[in-house]
Write a protein that binds this ligand. Structure first.
Ligand code: TRP
Length: 331
């Protein structure tokens, strides 16, 4: 069984795009590998959240993942800051991380552009913390998207550099975990091809959204004037509505509206009404679970404690060995 590690940014509630992206793959992976999934709360301090926001967002992400089916018995689910060994390994790796290579990382340059008044050392060393997250469990695989490729490369650099420095084959080189089948991309309600909270919160349908809110968001979704000739190609925004419908609605419903479109008889109002009800149905189990779990702090505490224990066990073993390799030895 391969050791897999992935970090989840504590961004609060999850939407349909998150579900069909990383989340659904985590659900499958958790039964096939030795998975460590953690909420990256140390990382999130680079943007200086208030204590209330930080705690609330960590809780909401945890609740959403559990509601969607992440299983604390199958995978090790933990909060990054519950495992201080990660911070120690981060410190050690930083001694061999060069300012020049860190400054060249694309995500760092992007952050400088986005938050020029808060270019802190945590941002610069974000890749070393990520490397520590992964190699603390001596993991082989990291299920991340294309945007994280450079960070993955840095992990390999730091792992290899340590191995070379101490002339020991200790850390494996972490590789990207390939999902195999194609990832389903969920479009936004604003005509964009990707549902994204950072681009436009209103374009997102969250797993826990109340039915009334879902109706409102879907009815406001971008469409067009309607087709004027038979079998006219669909505009992006219209295609988006059909794409979501294909996923959440029964086949005959999708075909029905597709036929109406092709024969120029479609009324988007009707289609959206149907789509909203089907999204409400699809999200019903998540909604119930989310509200149940949000009110159950005892259970959340137990999940976090169980995960922290399992993660610390693995992390403590690595740190003990790393300390010895480096030369921190008892007299
Ligand atoms: N940087 C990742 C993101 O933005 C989150 C993350 C932090 C992560 N540490 C990690 C992902 C370690 C994979 C492995 O999504």
């Amino acid at each position: 069984m391969e050791i897999v590690v992935s970090g989840i940014r504590p961004t609060g509630d999850l939407h349909l795009g998150n579900y069909f992206g990383a989340l659904k793959n985590f659900l499958k992976m958790q039964h096939q590998n030795n998975c460590y999934f953690f909420i990256a709360d140390y990382h999130s301090l680079t943007t200086h959240p208030t204590p209330e926001d930080l705690h609330g967002n960590v809780k909401r992400v945890l609740v959403n993942y559990l509601a969607a089916g992440l299983d604390p018995e199958a995978a090790t689910i933990y909060i990054q800051s519950d495992v201080p060994q990660v911070a120690e390994l981060y410190l050690l790796l930083n001694m061999n991380a060069y300012i020049g290579e860190l400054e060249r990382v694309a995500s760092f340059k992007e952050k400088i552009r986005r938050q020029p008044n808060n270019v802190n050392a945590g941002l610069l060393t974000y890749p070393t913390l990520m490397a520590a997250d992964v190699i603390i469990h001596r993991a082989q695989k990291v299920p991340v998207g294309k945007d994280q490729e450079q960070h993955l490369e840095m992990m390999r650099t730091f792992a290899n550099r340590f191995n070379r420095m101490y002339n020991i084959d200790y850390f494996p080189e972490p590789q990207a975990y390939n999902f195999g089948e194609e990832l389903i991309k969920i479009p936004g309600m604003d005509g964009s091809t990707k549902m994204s909270k950072s681009d436009n919160e209103n374009s997102c349908i969250f797993l826990g959204d109340a039915p009334e809110l879902i109706r409102k968001k879907v009815m406001k979704a971008v469409s067009d004037q309607g087709p004027t000739t038979a079998n006219q190609p669909k505009a992006q925004a219209v295609q988006n509505l059909f794409n979501i419908m294909k996923i959440v609605s029964p086949d005959e419903v999708y075909l029905h509206f597709n036929d109406l479109y092709n024969s120029c008889q479609i009324r988007y109002g009707d289609m959206k009404k149907q789509l909203a009800e089907d999204i409400i149905n699809f999200t019903a189990p998540f909604r119930e679970k989310i509200s149940e779990l949000s009110a159950d702090n005892d259970y959340l505490r137990k999940v976090a404690e169980l995960g922290a224990e399992k993660a610390r066990e693995s992390a403590a073993k690595t740190i003990k060995e790393v300390r010895e390799i480096i030369g921190f030895k008892p007299f």
